[in-house]
Design a protein around this ligand. Sequence first.
Ligand code: GUN
Length: 293
Amino acid sequence: MAVIIDGKEIAAKVREELKEKVDAMVNSEKRRPCLAVILVGEDPASKIYVRNKQRACAEVGIAQELYTLAENVSQESLEYIIDSLAQRSDVDGILLQMPIPQHLDPKRALAHIPAEKDVDAFLPENIGHIMRGDYGFLPCTPAGVIELLHRYGIDPDGKECVVVGRSDIVGKPMAMMLLHENGTVTICHRHTRNLGEHTRRADILVAAAGCAKMITADMVKEGAAVIDVGMNRDGEGRLCGDVDFASVEPKASYITPVPGGVGPMTVAMLMKNTVAAAEKHILKEKKCYEQRG
Ligand code: GUN
């Protein structure tokens, strides 16, 4: 029987801790962190994600602005809005909800977000910092996984860590962060031969492939900590992860459920990045002020 890692509870704790920080900031600096969210089009899943982010902002005390753009918005108009948010000193974080419609170029649009407002940590500058271990912003999902490991006392140091999935925003940074935690890290992907041979070595197994219930009990070592980043629908339309929870849970020492595992942590880490962005802006403004005399 595994310990079920309660991402909902830990995310609530993180939000509570951040609220205290924000209250102190409002008291001492007379300034509230502010997150601007841009939603393009009508994707129903994106609308739900954005609503969750708005709710979390309200709970933590972060001001938020939502820009809802039409499905057929032009690249130029999207970039114009990002540019105007980039220039505003009262906006600490800018988030472009993904995916955006096919006719738009996400990399070109993201390049208009200044690195210090890139609270998703999607920009090459922030991704590059992860390689060197001098963390600025961390991508929210892998940061949420690390937070869960820490809070449950699961230390990757010296352990076999296997990440299934190599996306830019989860798999790759996840592997790098586990490496900085002194894990011995393997990244598996769709070209990996004998996937089970790799996953069965894992003391910590992170499933982030986006493939419903692909990790089955025979692929997991007895006593492994299993972290499920997947968010899929099964044959009956029910939300499920990349891990076949029912068969894997009896074999694991720790396991995250879907929903209620990694998902809530992603939003909590976005809040953490936004508060950190505001703290950095305050520091920068103070330095500018001092330099001007
Ligand atoms: N779409 C799904 N997850 C995310 C996320 O974490 N950030 C952004 N910007 N878009 C997403």
